[in-house]
Ligand binder design. Structure first.
Ligand code: ADP
Length: 245
């Protein structure tokens, strides 16, 4: 953790795709601090730079300029093996399309990050985790035998099993119907409230952003608003104001 309690810090990030006249300036000077124990939503219209920002914060992509620190360690100049180690220790990631391995059971998918690292879970913690995500009676099912919501629960448990410093979720409800999406949002909110899981979620859905403690709005690669939580209605109103600006 850094001196000010931020577990993720970004300083003046830029990211340019391509060169010359056709270059796309996806991020144009983004700085932020993500405090421990907060659920932060990153919101904004399509093409505003949300995915680019999240991938850079999670060490999946490098900025053109600027620096990211995770748990106080600057990551942009780390070599591949140090970065892999840091990500394994500090970062969990949940994707829109679940990204489970089809030949593994739910339980094996959840345990995969630990298996790769040659570690075993704390048994009590593992059982509580499976219970909390509602998978205790689905552990031997393969992804094809699970609903979309259940698959996303497996993906969330997989991201939480190593007790990451920060959980990144990229449109976690984007591929789910609204009832199932709501259940997943409740689960994410609960992991923040029950064990202080620092979470950063990219979404373009107002109802998803409304569960956050803080909402950062991106437009054209810049943070244009920073709200300390908001209702769904306020989120929609802010998006309209940004579009009109
Ligand atoms: P969002 O997640 O908010 O929809 P993105 O971060 O995906 O926004 O994209 C931001 C901008 O960067 C867009 O103009 C997009 O077309 C562009 N972009 C994203 N990825 C690439 C890429 N790999 N190559 C070229 N342009 C890209």
């Amino acid at each position: 953790m850094s001196m000010n309690g931020a577990v993720v810090q970004a300083n003046d990030l830029t990211r340019t795709y391509g060169v010359g006249e056709t270059a796309v300036h996806a991020l144009q000077g983004v700085s932020l601090d993500i405090p421990q124990g907060d659920l932060t939503a990153i919101m904004g219209p399509s093409g505003s730079g949300k995915s680019t920002l999240m991938h850079i914060l999670a060490g999946l992509d490098k900025p053109t300029a600027g620096e990211v620190a995770i748990a106080g360690t600057p990551i942009t100049r780390l070599g591949d093996s140090d970065l892999t180690k840091l990500r394994r220790e500090h970062i969990g990631f949940v994707f829109q399309f679940f990204n489970l391995l089809p030949m593994l059971t739910a339980e094996e998918n959840v345990l995969l990050p630990l298996s790769i690292a040659g570690e075993k879970p704390d048994a009590a913690f593992f059982e509580t985790l499976l219970d909390n995500v509602g998978l205790a009676d689905r552990r031997t099912h393969r992804p094809s035998e699970l609903s979309g919501g259940q698959q996303q629960r497996v993906a969330i448990a997989r991201a939480l099993v190593s007790r990451p410093t920060v959980l990144f979720a990229d449109e976690p409800t984007g591929n789910l119907d609204s009832t199932t999406g709501h259940e997943i949002l409740v689960l994410m909110r609960d992991s923040v409230d029950s064990y202080g899981q620092t979470t950063v979620m990219v979404t373009h859905e107002a109802r998803a952003a409304a569960i956050a403690d803080r909402i950062l709005f991106l437009a054209d690669g810049q943070i244009v608003r920073d709200l300390p939580g908001a209702t769904q209605h306020e989120v929609l109103k802010t998006l309209e104001e940004i579009a009109a600006a």
